[in-house]
Unconditional design. Structure first.
Lengths: 414, 636
């Protein structure tokens, strides 16, 4: 009985937390529209976001009533459909608003949406269906291949749009769910090692040290890792190191600049470094207490880029100060921790629910950390929205659908 | 053993919480560093991002004439300025502006260069008219970084009538900034300063102290408003300047000076040497220069054969000719080598024989026996040859140099030519070389005595000399501003009877029978003066006419002169016919206003009889004209 109450309390905490963050988001979008020279895009954005919020609540109510079996049953077909849609997007997709250069939208007359948002949820469900029946952990690289492929397909398609931010969310989903499937952390690190090596490859000595470290680790763990797998990991590392330079050269200028200015924004203060410098200056000038809601001068005078979407957190920083940013970060962390808590309170038979919750956790964690981190230069700038706060209808709706599914699956008693 | 057993699940959940906690800590530490630890720095950076400190131009002091009328003042003008930015985008913006305002490609490149060199805001057009500004303002978003401000614009009421005198203002150049005239503590780029004339001379008086304004801009360079976070500094207006100049007299001179001729008119107040008028023809309108003259106008002014930019009154050097005979006379009297009533031993027979050659008088008919006044009235060369010989070359050079014929007058203008005159015998050899290996002979004294020889003077200098004759022999330095620091004057020590005899000589020139009589006879005033026919390089070769001089003074009948006027008309042929009426009309206009008599455009006796019967006043003023002439006058 006690346990039931606790689970119910967690649901309420999650939903109330997200409602609070959503309302906060609408308020910040309103503030983002309060500029010296108003423009149509940002001025009425908060009203549109509020409408989407109402719609999202209706969707939440509806989805949270769908029987669990339906969800399990629909998981794989919806995964297949969303992959097809992602592929279609590459052909018929179009850019939109602040991400005009990325073909991520499908236009269906009155309705237009981003298939990637649907694909994230579908992938989580499909992966949960695949992982749930397992009684034991994934302990070998070979076992990681099927789930890896399931994520790699939509991830690759999203990369081709190209939408690096959403692609990173897929990585978050994969790693969080593999971890929940009791995959040892060192194994996850081995999987990640070629990617880390890709970035270290710019310095030969650094990379040499790194590859020796990986090989040494494989020798230490030789009892648990097949030789073939060890060789595969090492070869993968060499492969990524080899393609590092051609890959760098094949990047578009703006992509390269984003990485360069991440290392030092001042190399191009009026070009690629402009966004990060202005964002950091705005956030820094908020100081401890902030400039006051709607009163941020940098925002008002148009210095902030993408202030109602990707850089909404810069508005938070400028106007509400460190108090505001800390509270916002903690509120989002609270929502994320509720998901983990809910997962840890499930019964033994609720494996599917656990994976779904963790998939959502993984996706949102990436969104939150990358979006907030990029506003102060902790991570390179990628076009990735802040869940429930950034302006964007499809994203808000799908995030709320995810909440509904999370609540639904966690609530179902076997 | 299932991986979904509660304790397994819990431990994994703890791991996830750990990861979440680490990431949250990274974010919190990051924001704490940026917002709290580096908050002040970022606040400053944010302010410098959008707030620019701009100078507020101070209004220049107003220039008034002697009667309190405005010579130069300020009216509201508009200035277009561009903020520094990437060179290419600034250039693109200025190119787009060419559609709406006059902006040459050369001007754009100059703006870009200044921008590169100083990295500060640059004035694109310091005098844009209202319509163009409106067009610009309507399309503000097309012109990022461009803003329009009101700024005081200089206006010269006299226009071309006093362009040389007032001078004009313009934006300070890099060379001026580097010079000591414009100390760094007071001047900075973009300021408007006096370039020439009074504006330059009294720059430190007229210049105010610019204020400071903190203006907030948005990311696109649009002005948002004044930033109240920092203290603004109001500009301090420049001090006003009061001149001795008579604005209406200056304007009058412009109207009476023959349009097709070039020359200069200088009017001085004998009481203190104050400049009542200083006119150079042709003139130029200084208003053209305010806010930068356009290239075509500038080229046209420079190409004009009549050289309108050249200030003939203070820079032009002309052979003074017969007007200089008064200097010979004054020096002779001072040295006591001649008495006023003394008649020179050798009568004028049209020429004189001295030193192996004949020295002609301008009038081959001859003048007979003359005393000093008669010699002046007749402008008799033979008399002055003998006077020159009595003075001697050495003393003539000494005294003439002492009264400043080889110096500047010390007028309060940035530029003034020094007279050309031999300041000592050695001068001849220094100047002309070995022709004078054995020094100049006394023959030079004969040349100099009649205003010939190496002697070139500015109209201003000749006016100053006649001021001494209108006074007691002393001459203060002429001054344009009322409180000008006076340069040193000089003095001819003459007795009152000496002065009287010199003025009598000048009176004979304008008396009935004198060459300048008809053009100078006035209803209310006595006009005395001396004509001069100045040879010039062209007239010597017969290619052009001589320059015409008239140096005169005027005042109420019987009283001391109250105005000294010198007129020089280039290639004007006859001092009496062309230059003298200008002097008389100038003096008449000034004195009538001084004594409250309505002014009239028909002033001289000649003007009256050209238009109708003999005026009634003429018989009263010049009864001697109706008696048989006892003495005649003439000038050359």
């Amino acid at each position: 009985m006690m346990r039931l109450f606790e689970r119910w309390a967690l649901d309420v905490q999650l939903v109330l937390g997200i409602v609070t963050v959503s309302l906060f988001g609408i308020a910040m979008i309103y503030s983002a529209g309060q500029v010296h020279v108003p423009n149509v895009v940002t001025e009425g954005a908060w009203i549109r976001q509020a409408r989407w919020f109402v719609l999202a609540l209706l969707a939440f109510t509806a989805v949270s009533r769908i029987p669990l079996r339906w969800i399990e049953w629909a998981a794989v077909p919806s995964y297949v459909v969303s992959v097809v849609l992602l592929a279609a997007t590459l052909v018929v997709g179009e850019g939109r608003g602040t991400a005009a250069g990325v073909k991520s939208w499908i236009d269906l007359g009155p309705l237009s949406f981003q298939p990637a948002e649907v694909a994230k949820l579908a992938t989580i469900l499909a992966l949960a269906v695949y992982l749930a029946p397992r009684e034991t952990g994934l302990t070998s690289l070979r076992e990681l291949v099927p789930p890896g492929m399931m994520v790699a397909v939509p991830l690759g398609l999203v990369m081709l749009q190209p939408d690096l931010g959403t692609a990173m969310a897929f990585v978050g989903i994969l790693f969080a769910m593999l971890y929940w499937a009791a995959t040892p952390v060192w194994l996850l690190l081995l999987v990640a090692s070629p990617v880390v090596g890709l970035f270290l490859a710019y310095d030969t000595r650094l990379w040499s040290g790194y590859i020796l470290l990986v090989i040494g680790f494989l020798i230490v763990k030789s009892r648990q890792v097949y030789l073939v797998e060890s060789v595969a990991v090492v070869l993968a590392n060499f492969a990524t190191a080899t393609i590092a330079r051609p890959l760098w050269n094949s990047l578009a200028d703006y992509q390269r600049n984003r990485i360069l200015v991440f290392l030092d924004p001042e190399v191009d203060p009026r070009g690629a470094g402009y966004q990060i410098i202005q964002s950091r200056v705005a956030i820094g000038s908020g100081g401890f207490g902030g400039q006051g809601f709607t009163l941020g001068p940098q925002k008002r005078l148009d210095f902030l880029p993408e202030q109602h979407t990707d850089f909404i957190f810069a508005v938070v920083g400028e106007e509400l100060g460190f108090v505001g940013t800390a509270l916002a970060v903690l509120a989002l962390a609270f929502v994320l921790s509720r998901l983990v808590r809910m997962a840890s309170h499930l019964g033994e038979a609720q494996a599917f629910a656990g994976f779904v919750l963790l998939g959502i956790f993984g996706a949102w964690l990436v969104h939150v950390f990358v979006n907030i981190g990029m506003t102060i230069g902790l991570v390179p700038i990628t076009g990735i929205p802040l869940p429930f706060v950034s302006y964007g209808g499809t994203f808000l709706l799908m995030s709320w659908v995810a909440v509904a599914i999370a609540v639904r699956v966690a609530h179902e008693r076997p | 053993m299932s991986i979904h057993l509660p304790h397994e699940v819990r431990s994994r959940a703890d791991g996830l919480h750990l990861v979440l906690g680490i990431l949250v800590c990274i974010l919190l530490v990051g924001f704490f560093r940026i917002q709290v630890l580096l908050g002040d720095e970022h606040r400053l950076r944010a302010a410098s991002n959008r707030v620019r400190t701009l100078p507020v131009p101070a209004p220049r002091g107003t220039i008034y004439d002697r009667n309190g009328l405005i010579v130069a003042d300020n009216v509201p003008g508009y200035q277009v300025t561009v903020l520094p930015g990437p060179v290419d985008s600034v250039r693109a913006t200025l190119r787009r502006m060419q559609l709406h305002m006059h902006l040459s490609d050369a001007r754009i490149e100059r703006v870009i260069q200044t921008l590169r060199a100083y990295g500060r805001e640059v004035v694109v057009d310091s005098d844009a008219d209202f319509e163009r500004i409106s067009a610009l303002e309507e399309r503000r978003s097309e012109f990022p970084g461009v803003y329009v401000e009101m700024r005081p614009r200089r206006r010269y009421q006299l226009g071309a009538a006093a362009g040389h005198l007032t001078g004009y203002v313009g934006e300070i150049t890099a060379e001026e900034l580097d010079s000591d005239l414009f100390p760094d503590s007071l001047y900075e780029g973009g300021m408007v300063v006096g370039k020439v004339g009074i504006e330059r001379q009294y720059e430190s008086t007229l210049q105010g102290r610019p204020g400071i304004r903190h203006v907030e801009f948005d990311a696109r360079g649009r002005i948002v408003g004044d930033f109240r976070g920092a203290e603004a500094l109001a500009p301090v207006a420049g001090r006003d300047l009061h001149l001795n100049l008579d604005l209406e007299l200056q304007r009058w001179i412009q109207t009476i000076f023959p349009d097709t001729l070039s020359g200069a008119v200088v009017a001085l107040d004998p009481a203190d040497g104050g400049v009542l008028a200083l006119y150079s023809a042709p003139g130029y309108d200084p208003n053209l220069f305010v806010g930068g003259i356009d290239d075509a106008t500038w080229a046209a002014l420079n190409a004009d054969e009549r050289k309108p930019l050249f200030d003939r009154a203070v820079l032009g050097l002309y052979a003074p000719a017969s007007t200089w005979k008064l200097a010979t006379a004054g020096i002779g009297l001072e040295l006591g080598v001649v008495r006023p009533d003394e008649v020179m031993p050798q009568p004028c027979t049209g020429s004189m024989y001295w030193g192996n050659r004949s020295w002609g008088c301008w009038d081959r008919a001859g003048h007979g026996y003359n005393n000093l006044a008669q010699a002046i009235g007749n402008s008799c060369d033979v008399y002055f040859y003998q006077l020159g010989l009595r003075i001697g070359l050495g003393r003539l050079l000494d005294r003439a140099t002492a009264i400043g014929f080889s110096r500047q007058c010390g007028l309060d203008l940035p530029q003034e030519s020094r007279g050309i005159f031999p300041d000592r015998p050695q001068w001849y050899r220094d100047t002309f070389g070995d022709v004078y290996l054995y020094g100049p002979t006394e023959a030079e004294a004969l040349n100099l005595a009649i205003g010939q020889g190496p002697n070139s003077q500015t109209p201003l200098k000749m006016a100053q000399f006649y001021v001494a004759l209108a006074r007691d022999g002393s001459a203060p330095a002429p001054s344009i501003a009322r409180d000008a620091p006076l340069a040193e004057g000089w003095e001819l020590s003459l007795q009152p009877e000496h002065i009287a005899s010199l003025r009598e000589g000048l009176r004979l020139v304008t008396a009935p029978g004198g060459t300048a009589h008809f053009g100078t006879a006035l209803e209310y005033w006595d006009v005395f003066g001396k004509t001069g026919t100045g040879q010039n390089p062209l007239s010597v070769r017969g290619l052009a006419e001589d320059h015409a001089w008239f140096a005169g003074m005027a005042g109420p009948p019987g009283g001391p002169p109250e105005i000294v006027v010198v007129a020089l008309v280039e290639y004007g042929v006859s001092g009496g016919q062309v230059a003298a009426p200008i002097v008389a009309k100038t003096a008449d206009f000034y004195l009538r206003r001084k004594y409250g008599i309505p002014t009239d455009t028909i002033q001289t006796y000649r003007e009256h009889i050209m238009r109708g019967p003999m005026p009634s006043w003429y018989r009263e003023r010049f009864p001697q004209a109706f008696r048989p002439a006892a003495t005649g006058g003439g000038g050359g």
